[in-house]
Each structure stands twice: as C-alpha cells, then as structure tokens.
Design a binder for this molecule. Structure first.
Ligand code: C2E
Ligand code: CA
Ligand code: CA
Ligand code: CA
Length: 275
C-alpha cells in the first residue's frame, strides 16, 4: 500500500495495472490491424428445419485466430468498435451483394451482422448502414442487424437507432433471446422481426418439461407476434428434431455447420441451386 493524493491509503493493484496496460496494447494493436487489413468475416449458415436448406448466414468477425471474445470488449470500451463495425457492415453487405449477383436475388433471405451496444449509441449508425446498402446495391430486407436485449434495454439513443434501422427496411433480430432481464417487455417497445433463442434453452431440450419450458414458450410468443424464430447453438440431431417438433423452423449451430469462409457458402449456394 502507498499514500494516495488525498493522503488516504491506496492499495497498489498490480493485476489491475497489468489488465489496463494489456487493454491499451490490444487497443493500439486493433487500430493497426484494422488499417493493415488483418480482419476477416466468417459466415455461419442459418438453415430451414427439417430439410437443412440454407436460408441465411450470420457474419462473425475474426482477427487472425483470435476469437471475438478476446477483442470485441476492448474494441467496445475504446470506441474502436465504431470503425471496426463500419468495416464489418460494409464487408458483409459487399458479400451479400456478390452472392445475390452469383446465385440469384433470393438465394439467401438475409445476411446477419452483429451490432454492439456502443455502435447503437452512435447517432451516425443508421447513415452508416444506409450507405453500405446503397454502395453495394443491396435491398435493406436482405440485411439483418442482430442486437442484444441489454443494448436496447435503456431505451433512449439505442432504441432510436434501432427504430431508424427498422424504418430503413432492415430486419432486426434480438440475439441471445431470453437471457436478459426484459426479454418479453422489449418485444412491445422495440421494432423486432426475429428472435434468436439462446443456446442455453436449446441445451435443455430432451430434458425435463421444466428444462424445455422456455424453448416451448418462446416459439408460442414468437408465432403469436408474427416473429421469425431462430434456435441458436444446435449441436445434435436430437436437438434439431425436438426443435422441429416444437414448431421451430430455423436453426443455427455446429450440427449444421460451423462459421465458414465466404467461398464455402458460395459452394453451398451453388449446390443448392442445382438441387
Ligand atoms: P453471438 O452473436 O451469440 O454468436 C454466436 C456464437 O456462437 C459464435 O461465436 C459462434 O461461433 C458460436 N456458435 C455457433 N454455433 C454454435 C454451437 O453449436 N455450439 C457452440 N458452442 N457455439 C456455437 P463467436 O464467433 O466466437 O462469437 C462470439 C460473440 O462475439 C458473438 O456471439 C457476438 O456477440 C460477438 N461477435 C462476433 N462477431 C461480431 C461482430 O462482427 N460484431 C460484433 N459487435 N460482435 C461480434
Ligand atoms: Ca449474433
Ligand atoms: Ca447469439
Ligand atoms: Ca452470445
């Protein structure tokens, strides 16, 4: 311990200091990596049940072999996510337009992009999205923006952004649905087109009625409200089968496909056309 500025005793915390300096290093590295073109997107298939037909993809950012959990939080805290996010939006729209051009206008219903809480607080976000759509001549309905409940929970600027995006014609999907504090309430205030039912509820399928209850309730609510439902994190054939029995018609997860490079999606679309 040592004396602080006001004479009070301040505990010198080496761990915190290490974390802060690591954070600063990662932030500087992120900025450099973005300028050097070190980021790329993978695309995870979203499929129709029960036939497994490809109906959409979710874009997932990669920085070399570092997973998003290792850099998205730092990018959010430092505000760099705004710049990185604009690059992600532009890249995903360019890719969606290319697939449209190659495989026909409705080969994929939509391409989903994750947008973080920090991006929703940026008043320029709707313009950034509109510009990316226009640049690549992509119809707004073929872009889905995935947001988390916590990001829009407070209303205000974030909710205004989501409303503006929805008015552009972009689809809004609530990600990790059911894990927040206000999941159901949000469906009344936020313009939502789809919910992505969190993996934790998919994991409970095939278990007791209690474990399955939320997965069952959520499709009922979604159906009544006219929302598209996607089950996330489907890892087994049994889960896929059970989801279908419960009325789920769209799913995503390692059972169907891992996040893949754009070329692999290209091949799937090509094969699907000739079926
Ligand atoms: P998320 O949006 O919930 O994305 C789904 C995550 O679950 C992805 O991890 C995906 O690879 C993983 N996943 C998919 N199917 C399965 C499965 O069957 N089993 C298991 N165990 N996992 C599965 P990833 O790519 O590591 O991304 C993690 C999180 O990082 C994402 O969670 C999202 O919150 C964030 N993220 C990823 N890409 C972006 C991005 O471009 N922008 C922003 N703002 N956040 C992103
Ligand atoms: Ca997501
Ligand atoms: Ca999710
Ligand atoms: Ca998640």
């Amino acid at each position: 311990a040592m004396a602080g500025a006001g004479g009070q005793v301040v505990r010198y915390d080496a761990t915190l200091e290490r974390q802060l300096s690591r954070r600063a290093t990662v932030a500087a590295d992120l900025r450099r990596g973005l300028a050097a073109g070190e980021f790329h997107l993978l695309y995870q298939p979203i499929v129709n049940l029960p036939d497994g037909r490809l109906v959409g993809v979710e874009s997932l950012v990669r920085w070399g072999d570092i997973s998003p959990a290792g850099f998205i939080p730092v990018a959010e805290d430092t505000g760099l996510i705004v710049e990185l996010g604009a690059w992600i939006l532009d890249t995903a729209c360019a890719q969606a337009a290319e697939w449209r051009h190659r495989h026909g206008p409705d080969a994929l219903r939509s391409v989903a992009v994750n947008v973080s809480a920090r991006q929703l607080l940026d008043p320029a976000l709707p313009e950034i999205v509109a510009a990316a759509l226009a640049r690549h001549d992509l119809p707004a309905r073929q872009l889905t923006i995935e947001i988390t409940e916590t990001a829009v929970f407070g209303g205000g600027r974030a909710l205004a952004s989501v409303t503006a995006l929805s008015e552009l014609g972009v689809n809004i999907a609530l990600d990790d649905f059911g894990t927040g504090h206000s999941s159901l309430g949000l469906l009344r205030t936020c313009p939502v087109d789809a919910i992505k039912v969190d993996k934790s509820f998919v994991d409970g399928l095939g278990g007791s009625p209690q474990q399955e209850a939320i997965a069952i309730a959520l499709t009922g609510i979604a159906e009544t409200m006219g929302l598209r439902t996607v089950a996330e994190g489907v890892e087994t054939a049994e889960q896929a089968q059970r989801l279908y029995e419960l009325g789920y018609r769209q799913a995503q997860g390692f059972h169907f496909a891992r996040p893949l490079p754009a070329e692999a999606i290209d091949e799937m679309l090509g094969a699907q056309q000739n079926r």
